[in-house]
Design a protein around this ligand. Structure first.
Ligand code: GTP
Ligand code: MG
Length: 397
């Protein structure tokens, strides 16, 4: 349902462009039809209930995978029809549950074999720390497989729910868990849309234009894809003083928008797009300023095959917005943290094992006294004649 909620939110994004009001389409697959019914019907969305599994997969990834496989061919046909004219397709899944997590590998296989190889990627949410062993374990099981196949897939965008949750908590400590999820979905959809339209909305004012085909190239790059956004007051920027923009740019790269903790030296492709007001652009985007930003990008991604820096002017802009994109990355540190978290769950098991050992070693004094009395009273023959236990007795251990 996490994947469905994010995809549905993307489908609600609207443009004021004739015949392109809804730039995104969503095909929503879920077991639980009650959950799916909560998402509004739209002309640019389609729902597919995995019948026979309406109660959900209850965090069981095998059930999720079976449910998807049962309808895989039918979904494949519908997907071809529905997405035929789209440039790029994301398989979106909230990692940790049963349905999406169970189905995700087969879903990727399905879109690959239906003509989307080379133009499909993955959006995966990573669970929060507090979601418990089963959720973390499900997510890690799938991440293991995805990590192995990563170099053969398109870009993978990770949405770290723990990171988004901590940020949300700082500003909305009175909010509920469901309001966090709604907020996160809106945020994810809005940020992805923003990143997409930077390439088409503004007028490039330097030689280089990071256009739609460049973004597509980024999205086709195997490995993890991440992006950062930095918003700066134009008044505070002195083009001749790198201290007025570089440190905050660096922080925005390292913090990321949807996930963090990457080794950027792994990056095989990266780009920066800067958008300022008409006046701001004229003043700020000097050769020296753009060179300082370029230099920063080189130090982050020294081995990247491409590192374009594009600058734009927007008559409606009030601030300087800097978008950074890195593609071809390895997994972030968060995954190692998740492995560590799961290992912590072994402790109570160890404790209960020692408890169990102590329990099985326990002998009631009372029974021993009785037994001793019994054995004293019984002769050898009668001991041998003890009744035989039933083979099917569940307590016969
Ligand atoms: N960002 C975000 N994450 C979500 C949302 N809903 C669920 N998640 C995350 O996704 C994980 C999996 O939850 P679901 O997608 O609901 O699970 P499911 O695939 O429906 O699986 P079952 O309910 O077990 O059949 C959760 O543990 C959350 O971390 C959402 O609306 N937004
Ligand atoms: Mg569910």
């Amino acid at each position: 349902m996490g994947g469905c909620s994010i995809a549905h939110e993307c489908a609600t994004v609207r443009l004021n462009v004739r015949n392109n009001k809804n730039p995104y389409t969503a095909f929503l697959v879920n077991t639980n039809d009650i959950d799916l019914r909560k998402l509004s019907e739209r002309s640019n969305t389609e729902k597919f209930i995995l019948r026979g599994y309406e109660r959900g997969a209850g965090r069981n990834i095998q059930i999720g995978e079976d449910a998807f496989n049962k309808y895989k061919d039918e979904i494949g046909k519908r997907v071809i029809d529905f997405f035929e004219d789209r440039d790029y397709l994301f398989v979106v899944c909230g990692l940790g549950g049963g349905t999406g997590t169970g189905a995700v590998i087969e879903a990727v296989r399905m879109v690959h074999s239906n003509g989307f190889a080379g133009r499909c990627g993955l959006i995966l949410t990573l669970p929060r720390d507090q979601e418990g062993f089963q959720v973390l374990d499900n997510a890690l099981q799938r991440l293991q497989i995805i990590a192995k196949a990563m170099r053969g897939l398109g870009s993978i965008l990770l949405v770290d729910n723990q990171k988004l949750f901590e940020e949300y908590l700082r500003t909305h400590s009175g909010g509920s868990a469901s309001s966090f999820l709604e907020h996160s979905n809106r945020y994810i959809a809005q940020m992805l849309h923003e990143l997409n339209i930077v390439t088409i909305t503004y007028n490039p004012i330097s030689g280089y234009h990071f256009d739609g085909s460049e973004l597509l190239k980024m999205l086709r790059t195997p490995g993890i894809f991440t992006f950062g956004k930095c918003t700066l007051e134009e008044n505070g920027i002195d083009a001749n003083n790198r201290g007025t923009y570089i440190p905050r740019l660096k922080r925005s790269i390292e913090d990321g928008v949807l996930s963090e903790g990457y080794d950027f030296t792994d990056s095989t492709r990266c780009a920066i797009s800067m958008v300022a007001s008409l006046n701001g652009a004229r003043r700020i985007f000097t050769l020296g300023m753009v060179a300082a930003v370029e230099k920063q990008l080189v130090s982050y991604a020294p081995f990247a095959a491409e590192r374009p820096v594009a600058v734009y002017a927007d008559e409606n802009a009030r601030c300087l917005n800097i978008y950074t994109i890195f593609a071809g990355l390895g997994l972030p540190r968060r995954i190692a943290q998740m492995v560590e978290l799961v290992s912590l769950y072994e402790r109570p098991e160890v404790r209960s094992d020692t408890t169990l050992q102590a329990l099985s070693g326990y002998r009631s004094q009372l029974r021993r006294d009785e037994m001793d009395l019994d054995s004293l009273l019984l002769d050898d023959k009668s001991v041998k004649q003890k009744p035989k236990r039933e083979k099917s007795d569940p307590f016969d251990f």
